[in-house]
Design a protein around this ligand. Structure first.
Ligand SMILES: [Mg+2]
Length: 260
């Protein structure tokens, strides 16, 4: 899989940009909601005793309880969903193998994401000069989404063995790309799981704030805050990264939403 080598073109000192997926490059809630509905309708047809006993919230509560009981798999949402369904199917004397079909159906719907309008064109330009790695706590499979060609690689929490804000996904991405924290930017919507998690590793953290949320005052500010990836791209055009600095980096364009 081709990606820029250390001797290749760079944007300033940035060689690797890690990019969160849910609510950074596509809206998450509508697609999850649709996937949950499709799965519940299917369960109603295939295993009606289960849907008679559990409404969608009941199923969610069962998954949450499982995550608490088995924290070692809590970062792998697909594994949690499969185990939860297997337990319920067994309890109701259904074939537990149906859990695999259910998870597959959910997965297909989960991948029907629609990227924000800025995402495809900006990522296509960025990947010409930096290594782009998607890093996600979620269970979307990028290869089955409209962003299948946008990244050089994807690292999931399930693969890394821990969910953000744990450093595992970032460390795996940097190791794969051969990039140091000072050569890395992370771009994400979640102040704690994305911005603060990256900052603690010495990675320059860009907050994607599409909805005009206030920055949580208890956390150090991000390196940069942007409304969309166009603003990130404009900033990268001139920025030299100093990820040790808090707040807006020197050279940040006035157009970027640095005012928090
Ligand atoms: Mg997110």
């Amino acid at each position: 899989m081709p990606f820029p080598t250390p001797t290749g073109a760079r944007r300033g000192s940035v060689r690797l940009i890690t990019v969160d997926l849910d609510d950074t490059v596509w809206p998450c809630a509508p697609v999850i909601q649709a996937a949950e509905q499709a799965l519940y309708a299917w369960l109603g047809e295939q295993v009606p005793r289960l849907t008679e006993r559990f409404d969608p919230e009941g199923l969610r509560a069962h998954r949450r309880a499982l995550m608490l009981a088995q924290p070692e798999i809590a970062h792998d949402l697909t594994a949690v969903r499969r185990l939860s369904l297997r337990a319920l199917l067994a309890e109701l004397d259904y074939d537990v193998g149906l859990a695999d079909l259910a998870v597959e159906l959910f997965r297909r719907h989960r991948n029907r994401v629609e990227p924000f309008a800025d995402v495809v064109p900006v990522l296509a330009r960025l990947r010409e000069s930096v290594c782009l790695v998607a890093v996600t706590n979620g269970n979307a499979d990028v290869r089955e989404t409209p962003l299948r060609d946008a990244f050089h690689r994807t690292v999931t929490a399930a693969e890394a063995g821990a969910a953000k804000p744990d450093p595992a996904v970032f460390e795996l991405a940097m190791r794969w790309a051969g990039a140091a924290p000072a050569e890395t930017l992370h771009v994400g919507d979640d102040p704690l799981r994305d911005v603060e998690a990256a900052r603690r590793l010495g990675i320059g953290a860009v907050w994607v704030n599409r909805t005009g949320q206030p920055w949580p005052g208890e956390l150090p500010p991000p390196l940069l805050a942007v409304r969309d990836l166009h603003e990130l791209e404009a900033w990268l055009g001139t920025a030299q990264i100093d990820s040790s600095a808090g707040g807006a980096a020197p050279g940040a364009k006035p157009g970027a939403t640095n005012a928090l």
